[in-house]
Each structure stands twice: as C-alpha cells, then as structure tokens.
Design a protein around this ligand. Structure first.
Ligand code: DGJ
Length: 727
C-alpha cells in the first residue's frame, strides 16, 4: 500500500480507495502533493510550479528565486524560515531562536502500526495496515521530526501523528506541536464544523473558507461542548450524497485547536492538534514528545459516505475490549427521575418497574456517596451515603442483581468538592495557582490528575468500590472545565505542560482501570456531551450524548454527532414531559423514536407512568431488543437535515441489506402542507422489501421513495417504518 519512488522522491500511499502523495522537494523539503480518490500511479507531473513570488524568501541552499517555502504545499510547515503562513510547530531553542528547518533524512515503511505510548490510538491486524515513518531533521538545532502515516486496507482514511525528538544537549521548549497539517491547492472549499454549548452540543455550521485564518478550538481542558475536535473540508457542491470531502478527527479529549488558513494564493491549510494556547513542553536531551493521532477520512460521495468511513473505522479500529461490536444494554438512569432526592425504597421501586418493562441495566446516578444531598459536596469521597442506601452500596447492588438486572454506577473521579473529606485532607490536590483562590464551577475543583499521588489515591478508592460491589457499568462524568491550570509539583517553566500532563495522567488511569475491569461497560460523560471525542472512545465505547433529553433538541444534536461518531456510541434516553431542559411537551412515541436512534435508555420516574404509557414503553423496549443490532451497528444514513427545516429523517440498513429502519420526524404542523417524499438509500436494488407500504422493490424505494404518512397530525410527530427483504 505504500511505495517510494527514489528517482522522483515521491511517496504514494494507496489502498484502492484513496491516494496520499508527498514529495521530497528541493533541499529536502517535504511537500504535499495530493490527497483524494485513488490514483493508479503517480507520474510525478504535479510538481509545484516555479514562480518568483516577491516577498517570499528562498531557502539559503536554493539555486534560484523561484522556490519558496512561503508558497509550497508543505507536509508539516514551520514558521520563521520563510513560510509566513500558519505553522504546525513552534520550537524555542536554547539560544532563544524560533527558527527550525526540517529536511528529509530517511524513511521506513512498516507492516502494521506502531503503538503510541500513553495516548488513544486506532488499531488493527498488522497484515492489513502499513505505516510510513518519515524522519526529518534540523542539523543545526539537532532536533528530529518523525511523521507517521498509517493506511488500513479497508478504510478510506489516513491516520497521522507526529513526534519530536531532541538530540541537542540543551533543552528545547515546544510552544506548539500539531498532529498534522494538510495543504490543499487553490480550489473553493467549505468548512463544516461541530460547535455548541451545554445541552446544545454538536450543532453543524457550514461556511466558505475565505482568505485569512480561522481558529476552532477548546481551551477548556476538555474536548468540550463548545467545539468538537472534528471538522470537514468539502467542495462547495458537496451534499450528503455527492461530492468530495475530507474529515479531520482528533483522538484527544483535552484542549485542542484546528487552524484553517486560506493563503494569498488561495491555497488552504488545515492544522490540527493539541491547543497551543498556554502550552509549552520542556524537552530534554534524548526525550520524545508524541502528538495525538488524527484520522483524516476521504469521501467522493458526500458526507454520508464520509460518516460511514468514520463509523466503520471507529467501531472496528478504535473501540476495543469486551463491548466492541457487542450489543449494549437498555438502561434506566435515576437522574431525571429523582435527582438527589432518593432513598433505597425509591430506588427499589424504580428497579422493580424497570424490570417489568424489560429494562436490563439500572444506573444509580449522582448523589449516592459521601454527604451528597445536592451538587455542593462530597466529590472525592467515594463511599456510600448510608442514610440513602440502608443496605450499603453492595447490598443494594445485589438486590438489583437478584432481580436479574445489571447494576451501574455514576462517578466523577477527576473532581473534588470544597466540602469533602478529601479537600479537608488535601486542599493542595486541586489545580490552583499559588496565592490565588481558584475558580469554582458547580461548587467543585478539578483534581490535579497530572500528579501520580492524586491518581493513586482516587484509584485506590475506585478499586475498593469495584472489588466489593458487583458493578457492570460505570458512567464517568466531568462537570466542569479546567481553570487555574497549574500544578504545585512542577517548576514554573513547566506550567505550560500541566493541561497535557493531566490528559496523559487521565489516559494512564483509564487504561489501567478499563483493562483491569474488562467486564465493566464504561460510558463517558461531561455534563452530557462535553467530552464526546474519538480519544475518549478508545477507553469508553459509549458516551452520554447530551444532558438535553428533549426529543426535538436531540434531532440536531444526534444528527450533528452522527457526522463522525457511530450510533453505537451515542447514549440516548426517553425522559419525562414537560422536558426538564426545554419544558417542551412531546409524545412518548417521538421520544422513543429519537432515543432508539442511539443506545436506548430511560431517564424518568417509572413509578409515575400510567398503564397506557407502560404499554407503549414495553412495546418500545421489545421492538428495540428485536432490532438492536441494526440500530446500534447498522449503516446509518442521514436523509433530511434538521438544520435545513422542519423535517428530519434518517435510516439504518443492516450490513447484509436484508433489513432497514427508517425514521421521519416533523417539528411543526402546517396546514395544506406539501407531501414529503423520502428516497431511501443503501438497499439492494434488485430485492423486494416488505413494510407497511406493501412489497416494494429496493430500486423503487431508492429511486421513487415513499410518501410520509400525510395524516400525521400536530406538532412533534414521527413515523418509523421497518423494511424486511423477502427472499
Ligand atoms: C451531568 C450528567 O450529564 C447528568 O446525566 C448527570 O449525571 C449529572 N451530571 C449528575 O450530576
């Protein structure tokens, strides 16, 4: 899959779907040539043109004025040596200079993919992966840059990461170090990205890339509700179903940045990696700094196809452990049912109702530990509140298990309340700047997870819990972002390392925890979807998509999330009405349809349900169980976008095309409304499918489509149609 043409100095990575081409240019500068649809071969004919661009400097070893790093399509651009555009790295050397010039030294083509110590990473069978490692050096500064490119036989994506190695006797300071940079030649391009806020995550914005620089980032110490570490660059004509697009997905859960620049010659550069804001890293002689991975996917058939690349790749080559490809349980979570106001009796009633409805897992959310009666206390004291759980946690968990259900528990291990035994014993364990009071958020502090002693203490508490309580599931929450980022154990010059050291500490913790307790299903959470990223999915195969459980709000949230993350990762619950976040009233039917479009759960007081409501829920649960594989692991296709108007639709197709489930949602009713036709996708054209619409050929369903029920009445309505092939 990877070839090197020595005479032309070109590297070509291809797998029948994509091609990625680079060239060693004059003076050993590594140029980017092409990324896109597969090329049979690369002739070498697309060499960067030679033109004298005034005010664009020439490298000192260059023989003419026609060659400048300021205009060349660069593979991993620096600054300070003649490229005035955005850089992928910035290194301050011990003489105070920021000039680094990396030139090609050697390369290695490897079978498989070397593992990256301490960071999330994609993986697979070595026979089906090849990796190119390019080594570039700056002889004067004695620093080495390693660029890694992995190509998987079955995937239209390149996985990139980068390493910096200091061979100099003196320390260097890394001020910025991206995971990847990708240059596009002059062509109009759109940028699509996922942004939001608490309870309004992953909203889609699409905009033309204009001259200048745009920065999409999170400075929050978490991938954040505000800006997901995922972007798409697409042809302006690209739609869901046609056109070229390129996705950039960072495997990192901390502060990140994506810098998009259109230069004076209309070339576009996309740089992605750890956020350089307040970042620096002191790299000593012989040390290596490793940047997180980025998965750069490609599609020439629109955004749906791009999402399929990510969904399949993340289901197969990112998620690991017991729950990879495994159907996930239907759960009841007591949070919106009780908030902090519960006792064992109340919980037992919920468990009993849940069991009768066919729910498989009971999750005990916040409020079970310390003296936690509200959100102001006890984080850090991971011992049960016996006032609430008279039988103790293990006793209560055993009651749940005796009922034939699984038992799950909420934790927020990275935090400490001001009112907690942990804080009273170790106030110095929070992130704080000496002589300053750190900010509170939800009355809590962030524990300094860059510290081994802090992590060890929390780990011991969790170990004790996990060893004495029969836990099947953990919801791992994080309810504030990082401020006052400073670690008392590090020297002043190293304080720019703290945010990343925190992430490395957290990943180390999670690696040990999740591999020591492989039977536990972990669900990530950060006030809903505040840390929904590909890095976290390496440790936790599912994530709570949003604290917003309103079916209508969820249409946009889940639609946006689906651009990159597969349905198997999206926690999605039916909750009570009026909805607790939007105060909207919707029917149980649409709430069910939206929630079963992800990992179905319930989050309401089941003891308050009417007999009719219980019947509807029982039906939803048995339907979901029957179609669970299709809904969690089927091919997900977006049909109508909630960002375009009143109608939303999506569908799931089984991998063998024998079955499909179509969901249609309408927000507001309209008098004399036009009929809505839905053209389905992904079916077998030559096969016949049976549904409420009768027996219809796959070709008809895809070319003509179906009419959505014109009798759907009122606001907030939905229709679900099941199609089954008849042999
Ligand atoms: C935020 C989560 O997203 C909620 O589901 C719930 O677990 C609360 N935290 C509990 O404090």
């Amino acid at each position: 899959m990877i070839t090197f043409d020595q005479t032309k100095g070109t590297f070509h990575l291809s797998n029948g779907q994509i091609s990625y081409v680079m060239q060693i240019e004059d003076g050993g500068n590594l140029a980017h040539i092409y990324y896109g649809k597969q090329l049979a071969d690369y002739s070498g004919g697309y060499r960067y043109p030679r033109v004298d661009r005034s005010f664009s400097p020439n490298p000192p070893d260059s023989t003419d004025r026609l060659f400048s790093l300021d205009t060349l399509m660069m593979e991993f651009p620096g600054n300070g040596f003649g490229d005035f555009r955005e850089a992928a790295y910035d290194i301050r050397h011990n003489d105070g200079s920021h000039v680094t010039h990396f030139v090609y030294q050697e390369h290695q083509i490897m079978q498989g993919k070397p593992s990256i110590a301490g960071l999330p990473q994609t993986h697979g069978e070595a026979e089906a992966i090849e990796t190119l490692c390019l080594s570039l050096v700056d002889e004067t500064a004695k620093v080495e840059l390693k660029l890694f490119y992995s190509i998987f036989a079955d995937t239209a994506a390149i996985v990139r990461s980068s390493q910096l190695i200091n061979h100099h006797e003196a320390q260097v300071s890394i001020e910025q170090f991206a995971s990847q940079s990708l240059d596009f030649p002059n062509r109009p391009l759109d940028l699509i990205h996922l942004h939001g806020a608490w309870a309004r995550e992953r909203q889609i914005t699409r905009e033309p890339i204009q001259i200048g620089t745009k920065r999409l980032d999170s400075k929050r110490g978490a991938s954040s509700h505000q800006q997901n570490p995922f972007s798409i660059v697409a042809d302006p004509q690209t739609t869901e179903n046609q056109g070229e697009c390129f996705g950039f997905s960072l495997l990192y859960s901390g502060s990140h940045e994506t810098i998009i620049q259109r230069d004076p010659y209309q070339q576009t550069r996309v740089v992605m990696g750890i956020n350089s804001y307040h970042f620096n890293w002191q790299l000593n002689h012989g040390e290596v700094f490793q940047a997180p991975e980025v998965v750069i996917a490609y599609s020439d058939q629109g955004l749906n196809q791009l999402s399929h690349v990510y969904h399949n790749f993340y289901d197969q080559h990112l998620i690991r452990g017991t729950y990879k490809n495994q159907e996930r349980p239907i759960l009841i979570n007591n949070w919106e049912a009780t908030y902090f106001d519960f006792n064992e009796d109340k919980l037992e009633q919920l468990v009993s109702e849940a069991k009768d409805l066919g729910i498989e897992l009971f999750v005990l959310d916040d409020g079970w530990f310390g003296k936690r009666e509200d959100d102001r206390t006890s984080l850090g004291d991971w011992v049960e509140n016996e006032g609430k759980l008279a039988s103790g946690l293990a006793g209560f968990a055993n009651k749940v298990k005796d009922k034939g259900m699984q038992f799950g528990l909420w934790l927020e291990p990275e935090m400490m309340s001001g009112d907690s035994d942990l804080y009273r014993a170790h106030p110095e364990w929070r992130l704080e700047v000496p002589n300053r009071q750190p900010s509170l958020s939800r009355s809590q502090y962030v524990l300094d997870f860059s510290r081994q002693d802090v992590r060890d203490h929390i780990y011991r508490q969790l170990q004790d819990l996990f060893d004495r309580v029969p836990i099947d599931y953990i919801k791992w929450d994080m309810n504030r972002n990082m401020s006052d980022v400073y670690s008392l154990l590090l020297a002043p010059a190293q304080q720019g390392e703290v945010a990343h050291r925190y992430m490395l500490g957290l990943y180390d913790f999670l690696e040990t925890l999740t591999t020591t307790y492989p039977h536990i299903l972990f669900e990530g959470c950060s006030g809903g979807g505040g840390r929904f990223d590909a890095g976290f999915l390496y440790y936790m195969p599912q994530i709570w998509t949003s604290d917003n459980t309103d079916a209508i709000a969820r249409l946009k949230i889940q639609y946006g999330t689906s651009l990159v993350y597969p349905p198997s990762t999206m926690g999605s619950h039916v909750s009570a009405v009026p909805n607790h976040q939007t105060h909207r009233n919707t029917d149980l039917s649409i709430r069910g349809h939206v929630a079963m479009s992800g990992l179905l759960g319930y989050e309401l007081d089941l003891t308050q349900l009417s007999t009719e409501e219980k019947a509807v829920i029982t039906e939803q649960i048995s339907f979901y169980k029957k179609h669970r594989r299709l809904l969690q692991f089927g091919t997900f296709v977006r049909l109508l976008s909630p960002f375009d108007g009143n109608d939303t639709a999506w569908m799931y197709i089984s991998k063998d095309q024998s079955e499909a489930l179509v969901f249609y949602f309408r927000v507001l009713a309209e008098a004399s409304a036009p009929f809505v036709t839905l053209k389905l996708q992904g079916l077998a054209a030559e096969k016949q499918y049976e549904s409420d619409y009768g027996v219809i050929g796959g070709d008809e369903l895809m070319q003509m489509g179906i009419y959505i029920d014109p009798h759907l009445a009122g606001d907030y309505v939905s229709q679900m149609i099941h199609f089954k092939v008849i042999e």
